[in-house]
Design a protein around this ligand. Structure first.
Ligand code: KIV
Ligand code: NA
Length: 264
């Protein structure tokens, strides 16, 4: 199957074929998801919490993003690779957004993602003018967790739902190639998806977005995070723990390594 590009996501929306995005941060996960046919990989700033042990994605640095983006880019050829602009690398203005966006593209990203609505229009325009495709991110935006007072569904009341619609149209007009909708009521996400010409990618945003995204360790049951919007499609945590415990037991009992694992 051929290389996935942004126009394939656009085509998928137009043809009503939902597509998948998963986060990926390292060689093996990225390769497995490529083998599984996942259309697009997100090197999310969630790497700060999922891999690096931070409380919040606000701790993820630009250097972290470059390291993990390069790892994923070296590992796969087919999926579209999207990388997050880290907190602090674009909120300060269009010039900073472009300079950091260029670094991510050099590291192997094919599009960058940033959080925010109307207030980010100058950054989005500048990136697009620099030849860097942008994916937007609306609803619950983790880099603003402190001003949003925690992980909460956004757009439940008519006023914030209206702001979401306006933000979606504003960043589409500014040139985004797609928009992630996070923790948004299904009805609001459906309406926004229908109103936009570019694809929406939902996480906790119901079944009617054009694509879906999950953090891979949640999808595979490794993180143990069971938010309402998460479905664990495997029990990697259980399986990995079972394997590690069995390894330990066999070492303790001298059952492993056996003659078949040993050199003459
Ligand atoms: O960083 C991330 O993993 C994300 C997705 C959850 C959309 O931004
Ligand atoms: Na992110």
């Amino acid at each position: 199957p051929s290389k996935i590009r942004l126009r394939h996501l656009q085509l998928a929306k137009e043809q009503g074929r939902p597509f998948s995005m998963l986060t990926a941060y390292d060689q093996f996960s990225a390769k497995v998801f490529e083998e599984a046919g996942i259309e697009t990989l997100l090197v999310g700033d969630s790497v700060g919490s999922t891999v690096l042990g931070h409380e919040s994605t606000t701790a993820t640095t630009h250097q972290d993003m470059l390291t993990f983006t390069a790892a994923v880019a070296r590992s796969v050829t087919r999926p579209l690779i999207v990388a997050d602009l880290a907190f602090g690398t674009y909120q300060t203005g269009p010039r900073d957004a472009v300079l950091h966006g260029i670094d991510l593209i050099r590291a192997g990203a094919e599009a960058v993602k940033l959080e925010g609505g109307t207030e980010m229009v100058p950054q989005i325009r500048a990136l697009v003018q620099a030849g860097i495709p942008v994916i937007g991110h609306l609803g619950f935006t983790p880099q603003s967790v402190n001003s949003l007072s925690g992980h909460r569904v956004q757009g439940r009341d008519e006023e914030t739902a209206q702001r979401l619609r306006e933000d979606a149209l504003a960043i589409q007009e500014a040139g985004v190639s797609a928009i992630v909708l996070e923790l948004v009521p299904a009805a609001v996400a459906r309406e926004i998806t229908a109103a936009l010409t570019v694809p929406t990618i939902g996480i906790g945003a119901g079944p009617d977005c054009d694509g879906q995204v999950l953090v891979w360790q949640d999808m595979a049951g490794l993180s143990g995070f069971h938010g309402k919007f998460v479905k664990a499609f495997a029990d990697l945590r259980g399986e990995l723990e079972r394997a590690a415990a069995q390894y330990r037991t066999e070492v303790a009992e001298r059952a492993y390594p056996g003659p078949e694992h040993s050199f003459e």
